[in-house]
Design a protein around this ligand. Sequence first.
Ligand code: GLC
Ligand code: GLC
Length: 829
Amino acid sequence: MKFGYFDDLRKEYVINTPRTPYPWINYLGNQGFFSLISNTAGGYSFYKDARLRRITRYRYNNVPLDMGGRYFYINDNGTIWNPGWSPVKTELDEYECRHGMGYTIIKGKKNGLKAEVTFFVPQNYDGEVQQVVLTNEGTEAKSFSIFSIAEWCLWDAQDDCTNFQRNFSTGRVEIEGSTIYHVTEYRDRRNHYAFYTVNDEIDGYDTDRDSFLGSIYNGWDNPETVKADKPSNSFADGWSPVASHYKKVTLAPGESKTLIYILGYAENPQDKKFASEKPANLLTRETWVLNKEKAYAMIDKYNTPEKVAAGLEELRTTWDKLLSIFKVDTPDDKVNRMVNIWNQYQCMVTFNLSRSASYFESGIGRGMGFRDSNQDILGFVHQIPERARERLIDIASTQLSDGGCYHQYQPLTKKGNADIGGDFSDDPLWMILSVAAYIKETGDWGILDANVPFDDDPEGKHTMLEHLDVSFYHIVNNLGPHGLPLAMRADWNDCINLSCFSDTPGESFQTYTNPKFKAEGGYSKVAESAFVAALFTYTGPAYVGILEHLGKADEAAKAQAEIDKMKKNTMESAFDGDWFIRAYDANGEKMGSKECEEGKIFIEPQGFAVMSEIGKDVGADIKTLNSIDKYLNCEFGLVLNNPAYTKYYIQYGEISTYPGGYKENAGIFTHNNAWIICAEAYAGRGDKAFEYYSKIAPAFTEETSDIHKTEPYVYGQMIGGKDAKNFGQGKNSWLTGTAAWNMVAISQYILGVKPEFDGLRVDPSIPAAWDGFAATRQFRGDTYEITIKNPDHVNKGVKSLTVDGAAVEGCIVPVAGDGKTHKVEVVLG
Ligand code: GLC
Ligand code: GLC
């Protein structure tokens, strides 16, 4: 069952009922100001950091779920409705929500009155513009009123939802004309404020929530002022400040009126915080006056429909440009819409926000993840490489000089998060992968010389290359008894915690240090991760390639020797006959082995082992892939492990606390499905790769949206696995490494267009049924128009490759570097 459809031409998903199985959201903004907006206009805004600079309030885990947002209420002679249906939920005569690239349009119609609201955050602008177009589609004149509402968050979202004894007494506002300013704590220690304005005279306002609602017993669905068609012109003094504009409108038949609301954020320099004059129309209780110059300038920027149209056009052009860097035309529309539109769009969002703020991440739980952000770059780097470069330097600066890493950092401070600490065994490797991806994309070897400090030596002069060195050797220097990398607190799988042995509620599986390992430095020196081993052998060659390019042959050979040794150790100690084991636990027992009672096979190490060709000479790759198909493959994707754990295994940690079929305990973790898609494609099995790709790619799940529940245009982190009651049900949509990795899987492995240090590899691994496909790729200043022909209907194999008619050996298109368009023709066979 579907709840809408894709409008590919406009790059939108069109939702045609407000009753989606879960709030289906979009993100506005991609630099400083961000908003989350659901199909019923729920959600909130923040500046840069969803925890420390929250602008509007939102209550997670609410009943009903998505309550609180930016709402417009219309009172049409006693009939009260919202253009987005919620919160009043009056049945609408027409409803539509279009989520597009950085904007959302919600349309509602009731009794001949149509309201179309366009929400967007313009480029280089710290505010959300909401353009409301009201049209009388009836045959008689109509008089009605419209109320807006935004509820301010008192900035620190964590504090806002916990520290009521203080916060109920601190709220402050100012009102000037049609603009309501939120200035809580501004006088004292804050230099930032927010405002909500409308480009017209208003007939009243409210700034105190309880006055707007009329009673503390009312919810957003039942505001007294709206029902009475009479704002209370309240002035907030503590409690919960809000901003609501009241406007009376009369429209002749066929007539329209446009109102432009702006929810903005601004910062003042310390010496310009206050205005010297108090304007006559200013309503305030303070003895000081906010300097509003920045707000005035922002309001002036979008106070007419023409300016709004120009802002939208600029946003559209920006996205058209971003999406023209890589475009494909395959025989499958769903692939086209994922690759050309939605997967790339999601990669931008995950790059921006890491795992911080979604409808499943509260924005107060975690900062930017070291491993997460590095992986996000893999799917984003071609869009805006300069931003990827800046991010790489930020992340690397939180690394320690021995190669260890802070697992998370806060985007506002860019400092490593001491509460979470480090010792996640996989972290450093992702850094090698992402820096290599950046160089492969751009050819900017200069990044290796960039001055990048270590967290424990902030003043020291260090280069990015040194960060790669210590990353690589952090693995080599931390091996266990079988010569495999120590598992430490966790590896990619946060829930395999082999040193935790936790038996006390509330202990964090990731950060709790069991006294039994305290003396050893916090984690077992026996527990080893076969996953990190395989990730090391997959990632290592990029490091070697970098050293070779720099002419450091000795160092390259030394690193290569470590990779070869790791492959040997992995084959000897971690190959279980038909697949690779997951780990050795702290007791030295195998995890993820045939010998285990449950959790006999895990997905994570397999793909990287196959792509590293560990044991390929003895057929380990194909055996492994076949085992995955046999044990992990099911209707909705590949489960993480099998059989699911049904007991608590204290020696494994968090994983076995999840009911079977969910999350890391045999859920379909779509992130690592991509590694198998890549591996199948790598091994030349394009049909299998595509089968796995299409099981989880959102556009392919659209038809089963009633089961899948989450947005059919973006990936979620997890889908209920075959052991789950809710088999096939998606969760944790939007902010997941799945976006980047599936972008890599489809574009670089299946479609096979893959940047390398010395050119653009074109080596597809596609369904045999395909006749071929076309792709356009902008790469290092040139444009490559690629045509793939598949006359023999094979999965993989480049029979011939020509560039502008001239034959090229192998499958790497050399960099032309002339800024021109080049025709690449590939024949498979
Ligand atoms: C979450 C985390 C990610 C981790 C994964 C598996 O998605 O953000 O860092 O690798 O879970 O545990
Ligand atoms: C929990 C989740 C995992 C997430 C981790 C980080 O362990 O299961 O997916 O990555 O928390 O906070």
